[in-house]
Design a protein around this ligand. Structure first.
Ligand code: SF4
Length: 457
């Protein structure tokens, strides 16, 4: 399908081919789903909302509920205020959600709808009933990407809801980043095992991976409650995982309620997870349990045992900055060579951290933010790799170049399991590492001549 991709690189300024990112409101909608009882509302045309919902539905294989202001041509002229007021009336009449989280779209941002004023007037006029919570985030999709949207909505939770009562609580805030529900569950379990009380927000576990019970629940049991979000201003500290996704909310919480922020890489691999564990030790003054220490040991054991199969393997990686940076670190620790590393987002964090990791170990590595998969494919055609790691869109490149392929990141639309098996923490990293190694071993089995085709490693 992509066999005709040309090898010659041409510098492009105003054209993306196969972008390695999606639009802002998708990320904001995903973040909003992490509030308990929240109905996301897309302030724009039905097409935007359908796209956002369907992308989330396809990735998580769960029905994603969201409302829309249903813009028409007239709205583009007269503004979307009347549509939003009517939408809120309908929402409370039909669905009665405890929380509504409004995301804007390209069109409503271009019109310039003043959402805070519309929310205030709707509250004063009784359109928004007493006791109901409505928040919003500005998410124009001609700026940033899905990570920006996630970041904006998560920061809005702080701006609208966090409070400082004056009495501090022996708890930490955990912002897990733009990750799978399984990752959030893994992190929560780690803290629970450790005995650390935490407010994890947004928490999409048990929202987009709900069990089949035979009964439809409009508002699943998961998600961070508004009451818990209000207490985040009294916490000891905020642990923000994934700088691009979580920094904004952590800094907003520090500015609003003076809760110190610790901004860390996503805990992928031993080194990044160690940094998280060390930070938790410093913040709480406690030690991790044997269970956590043993999980670390198992990860180190597999890294040591299987290092020969990753050593010097040339890897191409595309994905979100927060995932790619620690993934590169983990692969380098295991002896692999990430030679092409790209992200669709514009990210100084990505550039600086990836360069710091690869500068001495893989000095020939091509590191590029604000790039696309077409560019990555061209690099791979110039000098092949042994493995490609990217979201689902990399499958076309993997097929064209006959390269082993690990699906990782957002979105994955053609496989199951990504939202159920974590890739964060010691346990999650072990799962991710085994997936990568087994993919390489599958290829080895396919290609080995009979005389070295082994039953036992
Ligand atoms: S890019 Fe803009 S117009 Fe397109 S779906 Fe996203 S918000 Fe809507």
């Amino acid at each position: 399908m992509l066999d005709a991709t040309p090898t010659t690189l041409v510098e492009r300024q105003a054209l993306r081919v196969n972008p390695a990112k999606t639009c802002q409101p998708i990320g904001a909608m995903y973040s909003a789903l992490g509030i308990h009882g929240c109905l996301p509302h897309s302030h724009g045309s039905q097409g935007c909302c359908s796209y956002h919902r369907s992308h989330l539905t396809r990735h998580f294989r769960e029905p994603i509920m969201a409302a829309t202001s249903s813009f028409t041509e007239g709205t583009a002229v007269f503004g979307g205020g009347a549509n939003l007021r009517q939408a809120l009336k309908t929402i409370y009449k039909l669905y009665d959600p405890p929380v509504v989280a409004i995301t804007t779209t390209c069109l409503s941002e271009t019109i310039g709808d003043d959402i805070p004023t519309i929310i205030r007037e709707a509250t004063e006029s009784g359109v928004i009933p007493n006791g109901k919570t409505v928040i919003h985030a500005n998410t124009p999709s001609y700026v940033g990407c899905h990570i920006t949207g996630w970041s904006n909505m998560t920061a809005s939770m702080v701006k609208y809801l966090s409070e400082r009562s004056g009495e501090s609580r022996n708890q930490v805030n955990l912002i897990p980043g733009y990750v799978e529900p399984s990752d959030t569950r893994e992190l929560k379990q780690m803290l629970a095992t450790w005995g650390i009380d935490a407010v994890t927000f947004p928490d999409t576990s048990d929202v987009v991976d709900t069990p089949q019970t035979g009964h439809f629940q409009m508002y699943p049991q998961g998600g961070t409650t508004v009451e818990a979000l209000k207490t985040t201003g009294d916490s000891l500290a905020t642990i923000a995982l994934g700088p691009e996704a979580s920094t904004q909310a952590a800094i907003a919480l520090d500015a609003k309620c003076q809760v110190p922020a610790h901004i860390l890489d996503l805990p992928i691999g031993v080194a990044a997870t160690d940094r998280l564990v060390q930070t938790l030790m410093d913040v709480t003054g406690t030690q991790p349990t044997d269970e956590i220490v043993n999980a670390r040991g198992r990860l180190v054991d597999v890294m040591t045992d299987m290092q020969a199969y990753l050593y010097e393997k040339r890897v191409a990686i595309a994905g979100d900055p927060d995932q790619v940076v620690p993934l590169v670190e983990m692969l380098v620790t295991c002896g692999a060579k990430p030679v092409y590393v790209i992200t669709g987002a514009e990210s100084k964090y990505f550039r600086d951290r990836t360069q710091a990791i690869l500068g001495e170990t893989v000095p020939e590595a091509v590191i590029r933010d604000n790039a696309d998969l077409f560019y990555l494919h061209q690099l791979m055609k110039q000098e092949p790799v042994d493995l490609l790691i990217s979201n689902v869109y990399g499958k076309y490149i993997a097929r064209a170049e006959d390269v082993p392929f690990v699906r990782y990141g957002w979105p994955i639309l053609d496989r199951v399991g990504h939202s159920y098996f974590p890739t964060l923490g010691y346990g999650g990293s072990l799962h991710l590492l085994c997936t990568i190694i087994n993919t390489l071993l599958d290829r080895k089995d396919r290609d080995d001549p009979d005389e070295v085709f082994e039953l036992v490693l």
